[in-house]
Design a protein around this ligand. Structure first.
Ligand code: GDP
Ligand code: MG
Length: 797
């Protein structure tokens, strides 16, 4: 029977994995090995993918992939009782000693095991933590001092093994080879040792100094499992220390042990061989001896590791061996041994080795772990039956998005009003206390007008970030990817691409970087290119301002509509790109669905605060500078001291057919130059200027409007939204109508990405042409959609 034929709730024993090498390898790493029990948890709303439970993990597979797994259905399995154990929390912090040197440590472990949390807590860094795999995409460095040593700690991407298959695995292996950290911290999930220790066996083969952080020990305790970790550590020759990296518990003990290992004082440390059974061991020994006798092979790893990997047909090791003069001889031995083992075992060599390793782990755990009877993931199952349900899955997703936009707008309104009155008060203060002149205008209009216009949106942005961070940290994001996979598949993408897209609602730059976790190159490039259509938080002020001015009663709906328009354009673009440029390359949808974890309020708030800090920094930097430049360009060349009256007449004169260039500001000239192109979208010159100014950073759109609409002295006191709707004396109408506001928002939503995003696109795709494509294509699309929206809206409204 095949795995895809099982019904929900049914269990089966795995028999065999079919399909090509890379797929089989990935499946084996995830625990799909002969003899293991798999259970069907549920089907995604569109019947595909399917969620399975294996080795205590939840993994989703597409139906077509599940079809490649042969299984034997089972009746119910048995359960074992236990009592629970306690974490020894007695800290023994070392006293401050003299500086003893540097220790380089690297964090290695499965995705989502808490490496980055540990990294952040030790080094005080602020790296991105999220409850799904593929959050960390490159090595992050940190430094701190402890126990007389300076620690250089590196956070690496998560990997399931050290085969040279996925980009992460290659990356981590290359790092371990080239940088040779003094001590490896292997982070494992204490409540899911079976699969996590698979990577540990590979590290043991490498024969490197190592300690194990038995992380998420709180979850192990909650499950009622009892683990004799001291004994387990002795058995595998690697000290194990319980940690809870979310709170920092056990971190002192961990680093005390690292120091002991580094100094050679830990009695548990010894090099063991993960016994692969006599048939395979024989082959490994043959190859190992041949490698050892050849002097011209660069010893990039331990001979045993190289021998095992060579036996598995690892390409990188084959290359290294290939450079030797004895290459042919060694490869002949390898082929002979591989054939012998495969004939004996009646399975391919990779499966045979994995079998033995999992066997070794099972043996070690049999002596040290007593399973509890509590299912720690019960809550997860209950939540998932709703959240990934056929009927409720999509509505719940939309409801959540709606709730986020509602909170962003409605809850954000209150603090926004406070900040607004503060800004207004400051402006009035400057107006009344400072002597008239260019300096006063600069401060009141350029600085307070520009920065003030943007700063009022800080609460909205904080709320949005809080919500996104909550979605990521709780594990809901992985579910969203799960229910979206089928739809994403229709546009030639992978469910995993959905996560960078949702993250794009925060900021496109990290979202584009997180697309690195997508294995298939073409899917990755498409995901990167469509990401700017995800409306980032910098565009939010434009919506809050204009929606608040023109559509206050239906605010959340207009918001949702804009975001959905972005998504639709993104999907359409993806389909287009798939059709004309990138051939489809199918990657397996093997994705973990981590258990839900309630994010600590502290971590969500902290995340939010960091974002707020970044926003404020931007405010003091690029937005301030842009505000001043925009102000100056609007003020000069010929702002005479008669003040604003002249500015107004300038408008009325220049709007006459007879343009008088002497009264136009630089900005007006530029605005009017591009305006013919923009007029069909309902733009007037100030809107065009704002859009143009927003290219470096989208926040500048609103700050520019803030500077441009400070023309009348009296209006300065009113909020920006009132100033926008006041009558323009030259035209006798307000500059913005509801339809024009819609057109403007759509244009801002879709047009040319900001400079940071373009840079990220070029960097991640490796080609400047993709950056150029984004600028041209997005602007064109923006124009078309804004045109349609404006024309239709003017007709209706
Ligand atoms: P990484 O992918 O290995 O870098 O893992 P992260 O540091 O991003 O953490 C993954 C998830 O596990 C996040 O939701 C963390 O809040 C959570 N987490 C990390 N450490 C612990 C822990 O010790 N206990 C519990 N319960 N959750 C943790
Ligand atoms: Mg990480």
């Amino acid at each position: 029977m095949r795995l895809d034929e099982l019904k929900t709730g049914q269990k089966a024993r795995i028999d065999k994995i079919l399909g090509h090498g890379a797929f089989r390898k990935r499946m084996i790493e995830m625990g799909f090995v002969r003899g293991h029990i798999v259970m069907v948890l549920l089907h995604a709303p569109l019947k595909d993918p399917i969620k399975y439970s294996i080795m205590g993990y939840e993994i989703s597979l597409r139906r077509s992939e599940a079809h490649l797994v042969e299984v034997e259905p089972l009746e119910d399995s048995l359960k074992i009782d236990t009592e629970s154990i306690c974490l020894d929390t007695s800290h023994h912090v070392r006293s401050n000693e003299k500086f003893k040197g540097d220790i380089n440590v690297a964090l290695v472990g499965n995705p989502n095991c808490g490496k980055t949390s540990l990294f952040n807590i030790t080094s005080g860094a602020r790296e991105h933590v999220g409850n799904y795999s593929g959050v960390t995409v490159d090595a992050k460095q940190g430094k701190f001092e402890y126990g007389g040593y300076r620690f250089n700690i590196v956070d690496l991407p998560g990997t399931y093994s050290l085969a040279s298959y996925s980009p992460e695995e290659l990356y981590v292996r290359k790092y371990l080879r080239n940088e040779t950290p003094d001590v490896i911290i292997n982070v494992v999930v204490a409540s899911n040792l079976e699969r996590n220790l698979y990577l540990t066996t590979e590290l043991i083969d490498m024969d490197r100094s190592m300690v194990i952080a038995l992380n998420m020990f709180d979850e192990l305790e909650k499950s009622g499992d009892k683990l004799d970790y001291k004994l387990l550590g002795k058995m595998i020759g690697v000290p194990m220390i319980p940690t809870i990296s979310k709170t920092g518990e056990g971190i002192h003990e961990l680093f005390d042990t690292i120091i002991d290992v580094y100094e050679g004082n830990d009695r548990d440390v010894r090099h063991i061989h993960v016994n692969l059974g006599s048939e395979i061991e024989e082959g490994v020994t043959e190859i190992k001896d041949a490698i050892k006798q050849t002097s011209d092979i660069s010893p990039i790893f331990s001979p045993r590791y190289m021998a095992i990997k060579l036996l598995e047909g690892d390409r990188e090791i084959e290359e290294v061996i290939g450079k030797s003069k004895n290459a042919e001889e060694i490869i002949t031995i390898r082929n002979k041994e591989r054939n012998r083992i495969e004939n004996l075992r009646k399975e391919d060599i990779t499966s045979a080795i994995a079998d033995e390793k999992y066997g070794f782990i099972a043996g070690a755990l049999a002596e040290t772990l007593v399973k509890g009877d509590r299912d720690p993931n019960n809550a997860t199952h209950v939540i998932d039956t709703f959240v990934t349900n056929k009927l409720f899955g999509f509505p719940i997703f939309l409801l959540i998005m709606f709730a986020i936009f509602w909170a962003t707008f409605e809850l954000g309104q209150y603090p926004m009003d406070w900040i607004e009155s503060l800004v207004g008060w400051t402006a009035r203060f400057v107006e009344t206390t400072m002597p008239d002149g260019a300096l006063k205008d600069l401060i009141a209009e350029g600085i307070i007008g520009g920065v003030g216009a943007v700063i009022v949106f800080l609460p909205n942005i904080l709320i949005l970030y809080f919500c996104i961070s909550f979605m990521e940290d709780s594990g809901y994001m992985a579910r969203a990817a799960f229910i979206m996979d089928k739809l994403m598949h229709r546009i030639g993408l992978h469910g995993k691409s959905f996560i960078p897209l949702v993250m794009g609602f925060g900021c496109n730059v990290p979202a584009i970087m997180s697309a690195r976790a997508i294995e298939s190159k073409s899917s990755r490039i498409i995901t990167v290119l469509i990401n700017p259509f995800m409306s980032c938080s910098a565009r939010l002020p434009v919506y809050v301002l204009l929606v608040g001015t023109f559509f206050e009663r239906h605010a959340a709906w207009v918001f949702l509509g804009l975001y959905i328009l972005g998504i639709i354009v993104a999907m359409f673009t993806a389909k287009l790109l798939r059709k004309f440029t990138f051939k489809e390359d199918v990657t397996p949808f093997v994705m973990e669905l981590p258990p839900y974890r309630i994010p600590t309020l502290r971590s969500s708030l902290r995340h939010m605060w960091w974002k707020g800090e970044q926003y404020l920094k931007k405010m003091g930097g690029v937005i301030l500078v842009a505000g001043i430049i925009v102000w100056a360009l609007n003020y000069f060349p010929n702002h005479d001291n008669a003040g604003n009256e002249t500015a107004e007449t300038a408008i009325s004169v220049s709007d006459d057919s007879e343009i008088n260039p002497a009264t136009d500001s630089f900005l007006e000239m530029a605005g009017k130059f591009v305006n013919p192109v923009m007029e069909p979208l309902g733009f007037h010159w100030r809107a065009s200027v704002a859009a143009l100014a927003g290219v470096p950073a989208k926040e500048i759109v609103v700050s520019t409007l803030g500077v441009l609409y400070t023309g009348e002295e009296t209006a300065n006191e009113a909020s920006l939204s009132k100033r926008l709707t006041s009558i323009n004396p030259s035209t006798g109408m307000p500059d913005f109508s509801a339809a024009a506001a819609l057109g403007f928002m759509v244009f801002i939503l879709l047009y040319c990405p900001c400079i940071a995003t373009i840079t990220a696109i070029v960097k991640e795709t490796g080609k400047w042409q993709y950056g150029a494509f984004s600028i041209l294509y997005n602007t064109l699309i923006a124009w078309i959609f804004a045109f349609i929206v404006y024309q239709v809206a003017s007709f209706i409204l």
